[in-house]
Ligand binder design. Structure first.
Ligand code: C2E
Ligand code: MG
Ligand code: MG
Ligand code: MG
Length: 293
């Protein structure tokens, strides 16, 4: 971290910072080639009904297999992709891939026809003219209906350019695609976004989910979010559920859908297929909820 020292504002760069910059620069170079070198792939995290624990959909999560550094987390490379503008192409690739995978499941596994797919969109994609047209083309080419596609956008992303974001989201909504506010509660003005933006789903950030167990205030904030979501007829998804205690608490509050390691990590395409073909083998439906004291 750069350290501001007094009024002179002398910045001290550490060796490790320099190293970090070098890594970022080299990743930036590699990111430019990653698409053509076929280094990206998607994993899909099941989205589960709170009451039945059935899988109702998936969230597509981007992965980068770097030729020498191995798997790189999206938290590390998405910001670089955003800064360089590469996110536009990469983001469309992810959407194409997610839609075509979902279309294949729908086609080949009849019982999966109502499965939904959520795709994350970055702010840098929202201000591209013709985005909704592009999404329309991707849906048409893959053969999925708009109602099974959801896009996820964070409040922080909207905040970067609220006007163009609003315009883009309205157009996307008009296609019949669902719009979810991701990481809900972590931005500065969650409530005003809820009011002004065409949203149908809120995803409670996992930092809140993690805090409800040992922090009464977080518990009450989450309760208020769920009540608000319910009364505005929004779907409420809780992210990052890791314990049965969290599950029980959020279920009793009236959350609609759950995502988290308690049920499943993001999975490869093949395992998802197996899960869809043999829903009776879903492990968490047979687990006996173990409630911590
Ligand atoms: P997100 O959209 O909020 O996705 C949820 C993240 O939480 C995922 O991390 C997921 O693996 C992780 N997660 C899910 N359940 C649990 C849990 O129970 N415990 C914990 N500790 N973590 C859990 P991941 O895959 O590393 O993605 C991180 C972020 O990168 C995403 O956050 C999203 O903002 C961004 N991202 C991923 N794929 C894409 C993409 O295709 N496009 C864009 N623009 N952003 C993406
Ligand atoms: Mg998301
Ligand atoms: Mg999130
Ligand atoms: Mg996040």
């Amino acid at each position: 971290q750069a350290k501001s020292m007094g009024p002179g504002k002398i910045r001290v760069f550490s060796k490790s910072m320099h190293r970090q910059n070098m890594i970022t620069m080299s990743l930036e170079q590699d990111l430019r080639q990653a698409l053509t070198r076929d280094e990206f792939f998607l994993e899909y995290q099941p989205v589960v009904n709170f009451v039945t624990m059935d899988v109702e959909g998936f969230e597509a999560l981007l992965r980068w297999r770097h030729p020498t550094r191995g798997l790189i987390s999206p938290n590390q490379f998405i910001p670089i992709a955003e800064d360089t503008g590469l996110i536009r192409e990469i983001g469309l690739w992810a959407m194409e891939q997610a839609c075509s995978t979902l279309a294949t499941w729908h086609r080949e596994i009849p019982s999966s026809r109502r499965m939904t797919m959520a795709v994350n969109l970055s702010a840098k994609q929202l201000n591209v003219l013709g985005l909704s047209k592009k999404i329309r083309q991707i849906m048409d080419a893959s053969g999925i209906t708009p109602s099974v596609l959801n896009i996820e956008i964070t409040e922080t992303a909207i905040m970067e350019a609220p006007k163009s974001a609003l315009a883009a989201l309205k157009q996307i909504k008009a296609l019949g695609v669902g719009v979810a506010l991701d990481d809900f509660g972590t931005g500065y003005s969650s409530l005003s976004y809820l009011h002004n933006f065409p949203t149908d789903t809120i995803k409670i950030d996992r930092s809140f989910v993690a805090a409800i167990q040992n922090d009464e205030e977080s518990l009450e904030i989450v309760r208020a979010i769920v009540i608000l979501g319910n009364s505005l007829s929004l779907k409420v998804i809780a992210e990052g559920i890791e314990t049965w205690k969290q599950y029980e608490t959020l279920k009793n509050m009236g959350c609609d859908q759950a995502q988290g390691f308690l049920f499943s990590h993001p999975l490869g395409e093949t395992i998802c297929r197996e899960l869809l073909e043999h829903p009776e083998t879903i492990p968490w439906k047979h687990a006996i909820p173990h409630l911590d004291p």
